[in-house]
Design a protein around this ligand. Sequence first.
Ligand SMILES: NC(=O)c1ccc[n+]([C@@H]2O[C@H](COP(=O)([O-])OP(=O)(O)OC[C@H]3O[C@@H](n4cnc5c(N)ncnc54)[C@H](OP(=O)(O)O)[C@@H]3O)[C@@H](O)[C@H]2O)c1
Length: 186
Amino acid sequence: MTKIAVWCRHENDNIIGIGPNIPWYIPSDFKRFRRITERACITCGQTTYESFPNRTLPNRKIYVLSFDEKYEVSDKENHFVVNNPSLLRDFSEPLYVCGGASVYKMFMQNDAPEVIVDSCYKGELNPELSGQPVDITFCIDMMMRDYEKVSPDYDEDNVITTVWVKKGAEVSKEILNHITLSIINK
Ligand SMILES: NC(=O)c1ccc[n+]([C@@H]2O[C@H](COP(=O)([O-])OP(=O)(O)OC[C@H]3O[C@@H](n4cnc5c(N)ncnc54)[C@H](OP(=O)(O)O)[C@@H]3O)[C@@H](O)[C@H]2O)c1
């Protein structure tokens, strides 16, 4: 199984959220994320899951990490609660790791994704949001140390997207082609 982490962070401080919210609104970033993950399996933490409109993302199977064994998903056919992330290791198909910070960090530490799609937003954060900033500096430091950049910089609406592969990891051309086409086919 290949794991692919997908995130959009703010440049320099690596913030990905304030409270439960993403502190920018860039439709092209959401669309890129949709193209990359559509018709695939994704995993995310409970906080991120609850931030999706109506707790869903169409056309995806969502594996929601939660310590709550009785946690109820919004769509029992397509969403699944996972109390123990090691159960995801037996996955046969590509698994997209979609946040938030605790989930990116947990995977980077224990079961590092072979691929990272790193989008870096260079604009202003939404000043109206209050709450605790959430950053992924730990993951970016690991990415810089343990991964190789395998793409050019794709620049769209003040967001630079690059693709990184873990040093020594073998990743199929099919997956890398899918990611590249999803980034460039707007
Ligand atoms: N910019 C981006 O690309 C992006 C992407 C995704 C999310 N975000 C942002 O990230 C922030 C949320 O991040 P977060 O770290 O606070 O929350 P999170 O990772 O989305 O969810 C945390 C929750 O997930 C569950 N969880 C995490 N690890 C687990 C494990 N190993 N086993 C079982 N359950 C586990 C726990 O649920 P319980 O303890 O409640 O059971 C935990 O409270 C928000 O601001 C969101 O908007 C940004």
